[in-house]
Design a protein around this ligand. Structure first.
Ligand code: ZN
Length: 362
């Protein structure tokens, strides 16, 4: 990476990993109130080290807790902050999301306990993700349910920013090695069919909201490795949208973060040529594994994908990750062994790249 002496091609997860069926059932039973949060947490404390060991076995440099405690990557915000009512907003494919209905009031930290647990459970570097203000505002505000609490989506996002900023400050104080803001809803904007479905007419305003959301979230946060993750969102191996990032790539340069973890392995991301416009002062987290493809990539495929990206982004600014988390929602039925094999291919590919392009092979 950019720091002198760092090995090239460091490998990251995006965050979530598939859960065994019994863990998915535990999350559902916790949601229905059949298991207390404390009892579920004790079981998850026993289960999550296996998810961490799996990432270590695959060879990853940056590991997470697989987000096994979360019902979803974005609902984790509503779990820690009061003001939401559950399951009011349909999310497609049977998912439902909370809507903000009251002024926000933070009850506890969002991801700090998760981060602390991962930190003490591994000697690898750790990554913790939190949802971005823009994605929270797109996902959990609706005109039908939310206007009494926040007259506009913009007002709601403004209220989210200091909460996310406080969380990033706490994660920084804890010493988390990599912090990530998940902002898939920025990437969704590139698809004209999606914009029509969502009746988005002023896309520049939406992009600006995302930039302001990220910059507000990181303001005053003195951390060396803050990423933003962008993707086309997925469930059941299908993306919600498709298309190249041309519409948003220029805006990335205005975000005060260090790295962008983006989908590029899937054909739905529309090709790698857009990297010609990728900002020159940012690290790229190249999506080199397609989680929607049931076939496990070979390390050579990872090398090919990375070398294609290196036509635009030098090795010193290239990091490797899967396109997305494997199961951003607890109801996503992905296969844990498949995820392991794909992550191992990613890391074996990174070793091949180090032997070809310099940097220490692990
Ligand atoms: Zn994603």
């Amino acid at each position: 990476m950019s720091q002198a002496g760092e090995p090239l091609f460091p490998t990251f997860v995006v965050g979530s990993l598939p859960r065994p069926v019994w863990v998915r059932e535990l999350i559902e039973r916790r949601k229905r109130g059949e298991v207390s949060a404390a009892a579920a947490a004790r079981v998850l404390d026993d289960a999550i080290p296996a998810a961490i060991r799996m990432q270590e076995a695959a060879g990853l440099d940056y590991v997470s807790d697989g987000e096994w405690r979360r019902e979803s990557y974005v609902k984790v915000f509503a779990d820690a902050v009061a003001g939401f009512e559950p399951d009011l907003i349909a999310g497609g494919r049977g998912a439902a999301y909370p809507a903000v209905t009251q002024p926000l009031r933070q009850e506890r930290a969002i991801a700090l306990d998760e981060a602390r647990f991962v930190q003490r459970s591994t000697t690898r570097r750790t990554l913790t993700a939190v949802p971005s203000p823009y994605t929270i505002a797109r996902r959990m505000w609706s005109p039908e349910h939310s206007i009494a609490a926040y007259a506009t989506r913009e007002d709601f996002m403004e209220a989210c920013i200091p909460i996310i900023n406080g969380e990033l400050q706490r994660l920084t104080s804890l010493g988390v090695d990599a912090i990530q803001l998940d902002d898939p809803w920025l990437a969704l904007l590139v698809d004209p069919d999606y914009r029509a479905r969502m009746e988005i007419e002023d896309v520049d305003h939406e992009i600006e909201m995302a930039v302001q959301g990220v910059n507000g979230a990181v303001e005053g946060v003195d951390h060396p490795l803050i990423s933003v993750h962008l993707c086309h969102a997925h469930a059941n191996r299908q993306h919600s949208t498709r298309g190249p990032y041309d519409l948003i790539v220029r805006a990335l340069g205005r975000m005060n973060v260090h790295r962008f973890a983006m989908e590029f392995a899937t054909p739905d991301a529309g090709g790698i040529e857009v990297l010609a416009q990728f900002p020159e002062d940012k690290l790229l987290g190249l999506g080199a594994i397609d989680h929607t493809d049931i076939n496990v990539e070979t390390p050579e495929t990872v090398v090919e994908r990375a070398e294609a990206a290196m036509r635009y982004v030098p090795a010193e600014r290239l990091t490797l990750n899967p396109d997305c988390g494997f199961a951003p929602s607890s109801i996503n039925p992905m296969d844990l062994d498949e995820a392991y094999l794909k992550l191992r291919a990613l890391c074996d590919g990174a070793d091949l790249l180090k032997s070809r392009h310099g940097g220490d092979a692990a």
